[in-house]
Design a protein around this ligand. Structure first.
Ligand SMILES: [Zn+2]
Length: 191
């Protein structure tokens, strides 16, 4: 059942500078920018997590209205009207304290969490399966560790996100031993 989370106080669209970064990493395999929202919600220990709005009831046990209850104008009104009209079709990157620094010191978080968006868009498994795994592995430290050069499909959702994050943070090198995952799997939408 849902662990305790920090409820959001802010929500916005993914910004153009953020989207430029993730487009470079994922090429054309992620949703449109207007389908990706950033909130300052976080897991129990402040950890970011990503979830489609449609799974708020099943995974967090709360409705969209309850989740965004503390965000002024999120679901209606002049300020939130646009977000309100799209939010039921969106992915929510709940970035916690990284809300304002996703193109700066927390760009590892941006790329990591966008990998979960990518998994949601491209996986052949049901969304609920994918994001139950994301949500549960999010709290298990050992879920992130991986040994390079194993088959992409043998990695769990957190290991895949760590691979993309590590490749990005090491400078997006084409000579990295992780680069083949970017070209052969990530950019082909092979979740
Ligand atoms: Zn993750």
């Amino acid at each position: 059942m849902a662990k305790k989370i920090q409820m959001p106080s802010k929500v916005r669209l993914m910004s153009h500078p953020e989207y430029n970064i993730v487009c470079r990493v994922f090429a054309g395999t992620i949703p449109y920018r207007v389908r990706i929202f950033i909130t300052d919600a976080a897991g129990e220990d402040g950890r970011p997590f990503t979830i489609p709005t449609s799974l708020l009831p099943t995974i967090l046990g709360m409705t969209e209205g309850a989740f965004f209850g503390g965000v002024p104008g999120a679901l209606g009104g002049a300020a939130g009207g646009y977000i309100g009209s799209f939010i039921n079709l969106a992915y929510l990157i709940n970035a916690g304290d990284a809300y304002d620094s996703l193109t700066g010191k927390d760009r590892d978080t941006l790329v990591h969490e966008t990998t979960h968006v990518w998994q949601g868009k491209n996986s052949t498994f049901a969304l609920s399966y994918v994001f139950n795994s994301v949500y549960n592995q999010c709290v298990l430290r050992n879920a992130y560790a991986y040994t390079p050069n194993q088959p992409w499909k043998s990695y769990n959702v957190e290991q895949q996100a760590s691979i993309v994050e590590d490749w990005y943070m090491a400078g997006e090198s084409t000579s990295s031993n992780l680069y083949h995952y970017i070209t052969d799997n990530v950019r082909k939408g092979d979740a």
